[in-house]
Design a protein around this ligand. Structure first.
Ligand code: NDP
Ligand code: OXD
Length: 313
């Protein structure tokens, strides 16, 4: 198979660096050019315009520049070609750092100390060790497993929940609908690393938060969501924080992004907000992986990290 041409279609992300790096090896057409172009073989996308990809008669593979692919599936005219998602050490490392940072911040009561500092209060609250706290990871995939390993090495008790059985040494694993409540009941700090699919939309709701374990040294349960915003109901999180169901939350993702300036989450004293920045897609690390995959595909080899279209991730 000859060297395929790429359509680069990114919305909300500056394409320049991606373009430069991809162009070093292949011909690249930058959207809005390229619609209907029969010479295009690959599409490299983030939130591509609806029906753009279905206009390409010889498209063979879609590459998402993110680990999540809900943005690809948002296209009502998505053509039936393989979709490759990102699995990369660099992105995984970013996510592990985010999760460890947020878990430690809540575990070591950083919000309390920040408040005390503002008021110049010198007070040491009781301290627990990591082993007293159990962190439950919703979504035990590439990112969830890496985060679980890092948390285990810090001494936390770790639970994991996935769609299918995913045994992992040192982690108490749960799966499917029947595993959800037992998983939540055994979890103090909930870390959400699920993909957004029809099955997971809105899963982080009041009922689920209510099931988290309360008898811990943290003084309440904690939510950390770095998966996708539409997994959660922002209003339910606020309700849970305000009635004490949740002690604190770290949110990287929101139902609407950018988070509207009117959202009470911005100024809530128990919420730590980051702007969908837990694990950035760095073209310097991800483009070589995509180019390697394209070359392998042209040699007749199998594509890696393929999305299961039926499952939606
Ligand atoms: P994977 O596809 O490797 O893992 C997904 C995990 O979620 C799997 O364990 C899967 O179960 C589980 N899962 C999916 N559907 C369900 C369900 N209905 N019930 C229970 N478990 C379910 O994804 P990654 O780890 O690579 O990425 C996870 C998500 O993180 C991405 O989809 C993206 O949304 C988000 N992300 C966010 C970033 C940010 O900056 N905030 C950056 C990168 C990713 P099973 O193992 O059985 O398949
Ligand atoms: C991703 C993201 O899916 O950055 O990779 O959200």
């Amino acid at each position: 198979m000859e060297k395929g041409k790429i359509l680069l279609a990114l919305t909300g992300i500056h394409p320049q660096r991606w373009h430069e790096l991809l162009s070093a090896e292949r011909e690249v057409v930058l959207e809005p050019n390229g619609a209907d172009d029969p010479s295009i073989t690959y599409a490299v996308v983030w939130k591509q315009k609806p029906n753009l990809l279905s206009s390409l008669p010889n498209l063979r593979v879609i590459f998402s520049i993110g680990a999540g692919v809900d943005h690809v599936f948002a296209d009502p005219g998505l053509p039936d070609v393989p979709i490759v998602k990102i699995v990369a050490d660099n992105l995984t490392q970013h996510m592990v750092e985010y999760v460890v940072w947020r878990v430690l911040d809540h575990h070591r009561q950083a919000m309390l100390y920040r408040g005390q500092q503002q008021k110049k209060i010198w007070h040491e609250p009781p301290q627990r060790v990591a082993g007293d706290i159990s962190v439950g990871i919703m979504g035990l995939g590439s990112l969830g497993r890496a985060a679980a390993s890092a948390l285990l090495s810090l001494g936390f008790a770790v639970n994991g929940w996935s769609r299918s059985e995913r045994p992992m040494k040192g982690v108490s694993t749960y799966s499917g609908e029947t595993g959800l409540i037992p998983f939540l009941n055994a979890t103090d700090i909930l870390v959400v690393l699920l993909p957004l699919t029809p099955d997971t939309k809105g899963i982080v709701n009041y009922g689920v938060l209510k099931e988290l374990r309360k008898r811990n040294g943290l003084g309440g349960s904690v939510l950390i969501n770095a998966g996708r915003g539409r997994l959660q109901k922002d209003a339910d999180i606020l309700r849970a924080l305000d009635d004490g169901t949740l002690k604190e939350a770290s949110l990287d993702v929101f139902e609407v992004e950018p988070l509207p300036k009117t959202s009470p989450l911005w100024s809530h004293p128990k919420v730590f907000v980051t702007p969908h920045a837990a694990a950035t897609s760095d073209p310097a690390h991800l483009v070589p992986i995509m180019l390697r995959q394209m070359a392998a595909f042209e040699r007749g080899q199998k594509l890696e990290n393929l999305v299961d279209r039926e499952a939606g991730y």
